[in-house]
Write a protein of this length. Structure first.
Lengths: 578, 286, 574
């Protein structure tokens, strides 16, 4: 290999900026492009490559060219690209039969290059997107009456902070007190690049149509499909998801939600072994040890730390009475304020968790190092955990998206179950979307399963590796799709996204997502938590009824109504209506 | 014994996953050819009949004795699923690739595949033989998500002349799986019995959670969990008629479940693992 | 809504003292009316000759909805794989699940048995919105829920303070804002002890930090319930559930009624799934039934009611309760899956799959306890048939329990397959009592309606009742229900016809219509100044204790699909 080639392990994930620009300017914007189209290298690797300004990154899925940044946090031999359409071009779609692709730890080769950087249009062309130019516009806001709405809940991440104070002037949201930077971005920019009308695709352009016509065409697509897929749902309310389940049942199709690529593995682990958990309350009041494993709340769940770790509880003095431990493959922003940082080798968490379990049970650990961590450190952490009064383990994509997938979570759960012999210890997955937990709950009570549910045989079935969306799309196993409140085109592996261009796709969303580039029908919706009311479930299962602070734009309905109208038409077409 | 052969030639390629659990010697037995042509299938969620997808040739009536029935699928594609579900006897030959859940809960008989398969091959197999001349997907011979360990394959044998994916033999209780090539992660995990022989290498953590049973890996193992204890070194190894003329290290585990299963890995391909146990290697050698 | 006349049925209606009379029942606009009011030319006439007609069944304790039920579903996919029923649209949605079924199987399953009202017995305040989502999703049956209060920090603060009126005011507020029906105590005080210190406690031990005992907690809450005048007062799952020797705790709990002044009508306290807290002996090996002692106390104490929590042997179960410490213990015995959650400042819960085995000594003793208590009780109006679904068994096996109560032969046939060693130490083999279908109707219709204070409109077939009717294909005058009890199982497994709110929902044992019932909850009336005083105390505490705002905690009226509000006049004075 020439000295200008380097083999590295590629990681993807959220960043604060990516989250903000996704909500403020949207995925078609220059700002978003700047926030996701780059690769971060370790300064030493950067030097080895000859200090290039651009590199070509190649994996077994293809190649793209990105601008380079350096970051001390990136370990040598690793690289980082924020999650988004660029990262997605490189990751492997194979889910190992678990439903979740290889989103972290992808083997890649990078080399310096002078070729032009890959643009969004390049990507859309490679993916054979149906439409590459969208009629994007902002909703005009009008100045007017000043209103203050208290106790508003935030529709972004799984923390669902429900204490926001939103100030509105006319239809302009001017202030968000209590929300984190991403929350502020979402509220204040709620009107940007909205889908304002229903559209039908004509060739490679969208034509405006009336809502009734759009719904008619959408219903025909779904009723005539042999195996339609309904996907997304994590950014809408429980009341809407309930109706989506009925649509899947009536059309004998599949209903799935974003947990399949996020905490799906956590849920699979729960199916295998159970879990020991808590809501935020006991953690706030009692926790004296907080472990963040494979998650970076300071960038993805920004109020989480102030609400649960920093704040004082009834039986806790707050930060000064809590030890914070971070376990991750690189020193994240969250690790910066930890009392103990343990760097684990990528995808070796199972070994480390196993060794911790062995230490807790006083079993001998034969190897001097496990997953890159010296045995003494493991024993130290085990003792910290055993002697805590109330310990909490928060975990995220670092565990679920690693190679071990649900087995890493299973190991973490078993560790916590083992610790309960000694003390109070709980764990909680850091859910990404504000209602992905709600989507799981709705599917569970309706079908007995949390995601990847199909009704092909007239009753619900969940078989990961078969009925899970990444597998269905990457292998072209379905023949129509209804994507609701989600953007798989931005976050699914390339091979899965490509298939969206090969079948009819209906998109119901508030904003112009990248998935709209693959749509045949686009139906505009109001934003839950801002324009539409509805219930959502916080990451710890607490259900919150979200208010609205504004009405939806004229002519635009909420998901619940849209899906209700769609269901009625489908029932008539399938002759199962009353 | 007179073999009664049916040939199913795929004439129309289904677009979506298709449920063909009625392609099984048991389902054909005693039926006339028109009844066989009308056997139900599901394309996605849409019901249809076998003759919509296949040209079916064979005797005008299938014998009642299941073991005399042989079904050949020609031009097979990877959308065809559940073929051989619960079959008790007879033979199915597949020419081409095929989909998920082939030989699911099989009780006997033989399935031979000249091509690749997708996931869940021989899941929860009770008995019989499955032989694949090609690569297979994930979760061969496994249990289903949420089931207890031991609800996987419990008898029979699966032979793969190619590579397999992750979770080979997950939760198996008996029977034999042989893979000529390499396998993915977690081979033989949560095993309570049975034998898994892999001639090539494997991904991470084979035998995770294993209680009993035997796993033999002739190539490079990416990593093992620290709860496997090094027990002995042997100069060569013979298992299920396969001979490895090279030294193996035998690990006993998984200690975390007080498991006494055997995980045997080739020494020369796994120096990176044995290196971590070099202090104990001295003890074990003596 | 149409008119209906059910002719010639053998009516069993204990609330109206009808013991198997052949008579007509008329329905109009969802209510039972005098047959003379029916226009025969327009009405649907149903000939119920040779069939038993009862009011729809009422189950006062069954885990059918809420956060832990949903996690139960998640944890038992292996159940779902084997038990699917494809849909028959538009009448019937798809069903799945055995011990923790989906909402459709729950509603349809109960309807097929002829039940029309089921109560979810334990919902933690902060997640009760979730419980209502699931209750709303369950088809056909009417429902209600009991709210967990024994380990709630607000309640414990007020109990420690000794402010009885403010405690009652708080509960009045809580019942209304969570849209629930009665006050539930589970292993009282133990969830607080579990969250704080990782262990449960017995009735006279002190809980950490507060120093209160469960006895203090039970008494205070029972007294508050008296002041509130809610029809069903306190529903108690006793301390030390699952431990050999715990029957003494149950007796002590029942005796607390002696220390609570009866200020308003209704029983003072209800002990639930008493089987699980009826264990004599000091270890699993020496386990014996405490059923005789408990039946004796029940017979002596007119202020107490209990439900059985009857074990169904040879069947799988999924234990799920707010008794988190107990579930941790059970996990050690089963060594398989275990879920546990600490719920805010309200409660905790645990889930562990289990299976009751016929030949197993302990499981046989458990089976015996419920039946001993039921058969030795003098007053069938104070015992209720439950399996604490899905803890001791699923509700689908209620017909089996009926046969054990009405047929000694049924008991003997089952005993043949159980552990003989356990049976030797039990009184059950020597009990000859056989209940009648009238008694069964008391236990499953009439007295549950009374227990929840709805006997005016539920649990009977008199004029003015809601038209919730179950017709079973069995003639007790022609069939010897004791000798040929298998006919009873057959008839009660699949009701011949079920009417809900005047609409036919089950025909020949199958669902023909999916409609939705009502969710009942109480609104105890609060004097304005007491409410103000309460909010003054509550607002800062809420901010300090909960991680959700007070405003968002409250469940608004529009959040319930079909609300049925029961206004209560309390004894709270300004």
């Amino acid at each position: 290999m020439s000295e200008k080639h380097l083999s590295i392990i590629l990681n993807t994930g959220r960043t604060m900026r990516q989250g903000m620009s996704m909500e403020s300017d949207g995925k078609w914007s220059k700002k978003y492009f700047e926030d996701v189209a780059y690769i971060e290298l370790n300064p030493e690797d950067f030097k080895t490559l000859g200090n290039p300004s651009k590199v070509k990154i190649t994996t077994n899925q293809g190649s793209i060219i990105l601008l380079v940044r350096t970051n001390n946090r990136v370990k040598q031999g690793s690289a980082f690209i924020p999650m988004g359409p660029f990262a997605s071009m490189l990751v492997d779609y194979d889910s190992d039969g678990t439903g979740i692709p290889y989103l972290k730890s992808t083997k890649a080769v990078i080399e310096s290059t002078t070729e032009p950087t890959t643009t969004l249009q390049d990507i859309l062309k490679i993916l054979e997107a149906k439409v590459t130019e969208i009629p994007m516009m902002d909703l005009e806001t009008k100045h007017g009456e000043k209103r203050v709405i208290e106790n508003v809940s935030c529709p972004f991440c799984g923390d669902v902070c429900d204490y926001l104070r939103i100030e509105v002037e006319g239809t302009k949201i001017v202030r968000n007190v209590g929300g984190c930077a991403i929350s502020i971005s979402k509220f204040l920019n709620y009107n940007k690049h909205r889908i304002l009308k229903p559209y039908i695709r004509n060739g490679n352009r969208f034509t405006e149509v009336g809502l009734e016509k759009a719904l008619d065409i959408a219903a025909e697509i779904l009723a005539n499909a042999k195996y339609p897929l309904i996907y997304g749902l994590s950014n809408t309310c429980v009341e809407a998801i309930d109706i989506a389940v009925e649509i899947a049942e009536v059309t004998h199709g599949i209903i799935d939600n974003t947990s399949v690529v996020c905490h799906g593995p956590t849920i699979l682990a729960l199916q295998e072994v159970g879990a020991v958990t808590a809501t935020f309350g006991p953690m706030l009041h009692l926790a004296d040890l907080v472990v963040f494993w494979g998650c970076n709340p300071r960038e993805a769940h920004m109020n989480h730390i102030s609400r649960i770790v920093m704040a004082r509880g009834r039986f806790s003095e707050g930060r000064k009475a809590r030890k914070v431990v971070v376990v991750d493959i690189r020193k994240t922003m969250t690790a910066d304020f930890a009392d103990l940082f343990i760097q684990v080798e990528p995808s070796r968490d199972v070994e480390l968790l196993r060794a911790l379990r062995m230490a807790i049970k006083d079993l001998e650990i034969e190897a001097p190092r496990v997953a890159g961590v010296p045995r003494e450190k493991i024993l130290e952490l085990a003792e910290m955990m055993r002697t805590s009064r109330y310990g909490v383990l928060f975990f995220g994509m670092g565990l679920t998206q690693s190679e071990a997938r649900f087995r890493a979570i299973e190991e973490a759960i078993k560790l916590v179950q083992d610790l309960n012999e000694w003390t109070k210890f709980v764990l909680l997955p850091m859910r990404g979307h504000y209602n992905v937990n709600g989507a799981n709950q709705v599917l569970l009570w309706n079908t007995g399963y949390p995601y990847a549910v199909d009704f092909a045989r007239g009753f619900p079935r969940m078989i990961v590796g078969v009925t899970s969306t990444p597998d269905l799309l990457a292998n072209g196993d379905v023949d129509a799709a209804l994507i609701i409140a989600s953007d798989p085109a931005a976050h699914f592996p390339r091979k899965a996204v490509e298939y969206l261009s090969k079948m009819p796709v209906i998109v119901v969303d508030a904003k112009w997502s990248l998935t709209t580039a693959f749509a045949d029908v686009v139906i505009p919706a109001g934003m839950v938590g801002i324009e539409c009311e509805g219930t959502v479930y916080r990451m710890d299962g607490v259900p919150i009824y979200m208010k609205k602070v504004l009405d939806p734009p004229p002519g635009i309905l909420c998901d619940k109504e849209i899906l209700g109208m769609l269901l009625k038409r489908i029932k008539e077409l399938k002759k199962v209506g009353i | 014994m007179m073999i009664m052969s049916f040939v199913l030639k795929l004439k129309s390629i289904p677009r979506v996953l298709t449920d063909l659990r009625n392609i099984s010697p048991d389902k054909f037995a005693g039926k006339n050819i028109d009844e066989i042509r009308n056997l139900k299938i599901l394309e996605g969620g849409a019901p249809s009949t076998l003759d919509t997808l296949f040209d079916i040739d064979g005797p005008s009536i299938a014998p009642a004795e299941v073991k005399t029935i042989e079904i050949t699928i020609e031009n097979s594609v990877d959308k065809l699923c559940f073929v051989g579900y619960r079959m008790s006897n007879g033979k199915i030959v597949v020419k081409g690739n095929i989909g998920h859940f082939i030989g699911y809960k099989m009780k006997g008989g033989t399935i031979v595949i000249y091509g690749k398969t997708r996931n869940y091959l021989g899941a929860k197999m009770v008995n019989g033989v499955i032989e694949v001349f090609g690569d297979v997907g994930h979760r061969v011979g496994c249990k289903l998500q949420g089931e207890k360990s031991g609800k996987g394959m419990r008898g029979g044998s699966i032979i793969i002349h190619g590579n397999a994916g992750a979770d080979v033999g997950w939760g198996m209780a008996g029977g034999t799986i042989v893979v000529e090539g390499s396998v993915g992660n977690f081979a033989g995990s949560d095993m309570v019995g049975g034998v898994v022989v892999i001639k090539g290498g494997s991904g991470i953590y084979p035998g995770l959670g294993m209680v009993s049973g035997r796993i033999v890996i002739g190539g490079e193992v990416k990593a093992i969990v620290p709860s496997f204890y090094l027990d002995s070194l042997i100069p060569s190894l013979k298992v299920k008629g396969i001979t490895f003329q090279k030294p193996f290290a035998t690990f006993i585990g998984d200690a975390i479940v007080s498991g006494k299963g055997m995980l045997q890995i080739s020494c020369e391909d796994n120096k990176h693992i044995l290196e971590l146990y070099k202090d104990i290697l001295e003890e074990v050698r003596s | 809504m149409m008119e209906m006349l059910i002719k010639n049925g053998i009516v069993i209606d204990p609330l109206n003292s009808i013991k198997g009379e052949v008579m007509d029942i008329a329905v109009r606009n969802g209510k039972i009316v005098d047959p003379s009011e029916i226009d025969l030319s327009k009405a649907m006439v149903i000939d119920a000759k040779n069939k038993v007609v009862m009011a729809g069944g009422i189950d006062i304790h069954s885990h059918i909805a809420g956060p832990k039920v949903n996690i139960g579903r998640l944890m038992r996919p292996e159940d779902h794989y084997l038990t699917n029923k494809p849909h028959a649209l538009p009448f019937r949605r798809a069903e799945t699940g055995l011990t923790v079924p989906n909402v459709y199987r729950i509603g349809y399953g109960y309807a097929r048995l002829g039940y029309t009202f089921v109560v979810e017995p334990a919902t933690p305040p902060i997640k009760t919105r979730h419980t209502h989502h699931e209750l709303d999703a369950i088809p056909i049956i009417d429902k209600a829920a009991y709210v967990l209060v024994d380990s709630n920090w607000m309640a414990l603060d007020l109990i420690a303070k000794g402010d009885r009126d403010l405690l009652a005011t708080y509960f009045a507020w809580l019942l209304y804002t969570t849209k629930t029906y009665a006050l539930k105590l589970v292993d009282p005080g133990s969830d607080f002890s579990w969250i704080y210190k990782g262990r449960g406690i017995d009735i006279d031990e002190q809980i950490p930090f507060y120093g209160l005992t469960p006895r203090d907690i039970i008494k205070s809450i029972a007294e508050a319930a008296q002041i509130l005048n809610i029809p069903h007062k306190v529903h108690i799952h006793c301390n030390r559930l699952g431990y050999p020797g715990n029957y003494s705790t149950t007796l002590k709990t029942m005796e607390i009624t002696g220390t609570v002044s009866k200020l308003t009508p209704g029983y003072t306290l209800h002990v639930t799934h008493v089987q699980f807290t009826g264990y004599k002996g000091d270890s699993w090996a020496t386990l014996e039934s405490g059923g005789e002692d408990i039946a004796k106390e029940l017979n002596r104490n007119p202020d107490v009611t209990l439900d059985l929590g009857q074990v169904i042997p040879g069947r799988p179960a999924t234990t799920m309760t707010a008794d988190a410490p107990f579930e941790f213990v059970l996990y050690h015995l089963t060594k398989w899956k275990w879920y546990s959650t600490d719920t805010e400042v309200d409660s905790a819960a645990g889930i562990v799959p289990y299976r009751y085995r016929k030949k197993n000594y302990v499981n046989t003793v458990q089976w015996v306890i419920g039946l001993e208590i039921a058969l030795l009780a003098n007053d069938p109006w104070r015992i209720f048939i439950t399996t604490d679904h899905p803890n001791a068994g699923t509700f689908l096996d209620y017909p089996k329990i009926i046969t054990w109560l009405i047929s000694k032969k049924a008991r003997e046939d089952t005993m043949k397959e159980m552990s003989q060693r356990a049976l030797k130490r039990s009184a059950l083999p020597s009990i000859n009592k056989e209940y009648t279908l009238y008694d069964i109707a008391i236990m499953t219709r009439a007295s549950p309606a009374k227990l929840i204070g709805l006997e005016k409109v539920k649990g009977h077939l008199g004029i003015g009742a809601d038209a919730d009717i179950a017709i079973y294909d069995i003639n007790p005058f022609e069939v010897d229900i004791s000798k040929n009890y298998e006919f009873v199982i057959k008839a009660f497994n699949r009701a011949w016809l079920v009417v809900k709110n005047g609409e036919i929902v089950v025909k020949d044992g199958e669902i023909v219509n999916t409609i939705y019932g009502k969710t009942y909850y109480v609104k105890p009336e609060l004097p304005e100044d007491l409410e103000k005083e309460l909010m003054k105390m509550l607002e800062p505490k809420f901010r300090e204790y909960y991680t959700i705002t007070l405003e968002n905690f409250v469940i608004k009226d529009h959040e319930i699909r079909n609300p049925a509000e029961i206004k209560i006049k309390t004894l709270l004075k300004r």
